[in-house]
Design a protein around this ligand. Structure first.
Ligand SMILES: [Mn+2]
Length: 426
C-alpha cells in the first residue's frame, strides 16, 4: 500500500495552528540568540537514515519471537514498509539489504519499486554468522578468521557476491560484521585469528569497486562470550588502515561495553578520517537493540555533538552511512522505527544548537561550568517544532506516529497481507 500526499495534508491541517505557535516561539528565540533557523531546518530535511531490511518484522530473542501482525513476508513488502515510513517522515530515504535474507529475484522490478517510493539502496550487509542451507562449509568456529582455508574462501566468496548484488542495485558500500571469536579461553589463537581476518578482508577489499567503501563493524562480545576477533574500534581501525583508503570503521551504538565513551571514539575516528558509518539503537545492559534515544538520550546528544563538530571541521572524513540497527520485540516495528528516527533527528537538531565558538572560548579559559552550561542549554531546548517544520517543508507528517495511527496503517497491512505473516530472515 502507498500513502497519498493528500492524506498527510489532511491530517496535518488538524495540528497546524498549534505547530505554528510552537515553531514561531522557538524560531524567534533561536534567531535572537544568533542562530540561522532556516539553515538548521534545511540540514534536518537533508539528513536521511537507512532502514535495514531486517527491522520491518518483530525481532526475537533466544527465548522466542512474538510476531507483529501483518509483517512483510518478502523483499517487495519490506521495501513498501520503508516507503510508508519515508512518506510519513521524509527521513528514511534508503534501505539497507541483508544478504542472503533479502536477495532480489528481479533486480529491475525491485529498483523500480524503490525509486517509485523515493528510496535508495544504502550499504549491503553480508552474513557469515550463520550457516545457510546447502552451504558446503560451516561457520561454527568462525568465518574470515577460521583456521580452515576452505571456510575462509567460502566467506570471502560470499562477501564478493554481496558486493555484486549491491552493485546491481546502486549500493556503494559493504558492511562487514563478524561474529567470529571464541567462547572459551584456549579455543582460538588470538594472533592466528586476527591475521586470518586481516588477510580475508584484504582479499575482499581487492574486489571492492573504486567508488565503494568497506565498513568494518566491531563488537566486544556475543554471540561469542570469551573473545571477539574485532572487539573494539581500535582493532577495526587497524584492519581498515591495512586494507586501504576505501575501508572505514563502523560504530554501532550497542556494540560497546557499558559506559564506554562513544562520543570520544567518534571524535577521534573523524579526526583520522576513518569513521565510515553509524548504526543507531539504544541499550541498558548490552546489545539490547532498543529504540534509539529510549534509554540514554543525553549520550545520544553528546555523540551527535561530536558528529556535528566532525562534519563541520573534518573534511578528511567522508560522508557517513547512517542506519538504524534496532530490533524490538514488543512494539509495532514501524512505530518503533518512527520513534528512532524522531530521536535521531532530535539529537541532531540539539547538536546543531551548540554554540561552538562560545564552547571553544570557555574551553580555552578553563571555564568548566560554562562548558557544561553551553552543552546543556542546547540539550534542554525543546526542538520538536523544528523537526515538525522540517517534515512539513519536506511534505511529511507533522506527527508521523499520530498520522500512522490515524490512518490505521497496521490494520491495512493486516488486511492486505494476512494476520500471521512472518518476516523472512528473522
Ligand atoms: Mn550493527
Amino acid at each position: 500500500m502507498k500513502i497519498k500526499k493528500e492524506q498527510i495534508l489532511d491530517i496535518n491541517n488538524a495540528s497546524m495552528s498549534s505547530h505554528k505557535d510552537n515553531y514561531n516561539f522557538l524560531a524567534n528565540q533561536l534567531t535572537n540568540k544568533g542562530f540561522n533557523v532556516k539553515n538548521i531546518i534545511s540540514k534536518l530535511v537533508e539528513f536521511q537514515v537507512a532502514i535495514p531490511s531486517w527491522a520491518l518484522g518483530a525481532g526475537g530473542t533466544r527465548f522466542g519471537r512474538f510476531s507483529f501482525y501483518g509483517e512483510p513476508s518478502n523483499l517487495e513488502q519490506k521495501i513498501e514498509d520503508v516507503g510508508l515510513i519515508h512518506a510519513l517522515t521524509q527521513t528514511a530515504g534508503a534501505v539497507s539489504l541483508h544478504i542472503p535474507w533479502d536477495v532480489p529475484e528481479d533486480y529491475r522490478a525491485i529498483k523500480e519499486l524503490a525509486s517509485s517510493l523515493d528510496l535508495k539502496f544504502d550499504a549491503v550487509n553480508s552474513n557469515t554468522f550463520q550457516d545457510q542451507t546447502n552451504a558446503k562449509e560451516s561457520y561454527k568456529y568462525g568465518s574470515l578468521c577460521n583456521t580452515s582455508q576452505a571456510v575462509r574462501e567460502q566467506a570471502i566468496a560470499h562477501n564478493l557476491d554481496v558486493i555484486n548484488i549491491g552493485n546491481q542495485l546502486g549500493s556503494k558500500s559493504l558492511t562487514v560484521w563478524l561474529a567470529d571469536g571464541s567462547s572459551f579461553p584456549g579455543q582460538n589463537n588470538f594472533q592466528t585469528a586476527f591475521q586470518n581476518t586481516q588477510n580475508s578482508l584484504n582479499t575482499i577489499y581487492k574486489g571492492l569497486p573504486d567508488d565503494w567503501k568497506m565498513l568494518i563493524e566491531y563488537k566486544p562480545y556475543e554471540p561469542n562470550f570469551y573473545s571477539t576477533v574485532i572487539p573494539d574500534w581500535g582493532t577495526s581501525f587497524m584492519l581498515a588502515n591495512e586494507c586501504g583508503e576505501k575501508a572505514f570503521t563502523l560504530v554501532d551504538l550497542g556494540h560497546h561495553l557499558p559506559n564506554s565513551n562513544i562520543e570520544q571514539i567518534v571524535s577521534i575516528l573523524m579526526l583520522k578520517g576513518k569513521l565510515g558509518g553509524f548504526h543507531f539503537n539504544d541499550s541498558k545492559y548490552g546489545d539490547d537493540d532498543l529504540t534509539a534515544g529510549s534509554i540514554k538520550p543525553y549520550a545520544l546528544f553528546l555523540i551527535f555533538n561530536e558528529l556535528v563538530y566532525g562534519m563541520e571541521n573534518n573534511p578528511q572524513n567522508p560522508d557517513l552511512a547512517w542506519m538504524i540497527d534496532a530490533s524490538h520485540n514488543i512494539k509495532d516495528p514501524l512505530e518503533d522505527l518512527i520513534q528512532s528516527l524522531e530521536a535521531i533527528q532530535e539529537s541532531y537538531a540539539k547538536a546543531l544548537l551548540v554554540d561552538q565558538d562560545a564552547l571553544k572560548e570557555a574551553q580555552q579559559e578553563g571555564d568548566v561550568v560554562k562548558c557544561q552550561e553551553i552543552l546543556q542549554d542546547a540539550y534542554k531546548t525543546d526542538v520538536r517544532s523544528l523537526l515538525e517544520k522540517a517534515r512539513l517543508n519536506a511534505g511529511a507528517a507533522i506527527s508521523p506516529i499520530k498520522a500512522y495511527r490515524k490512518m490505521r496503517l497496521r490494520n491495512h497491512l493486516i488486511t492486505e497481507r494476512g494476520k500471521h505473516t512472518i518476516a523472512t530472515g528473522l
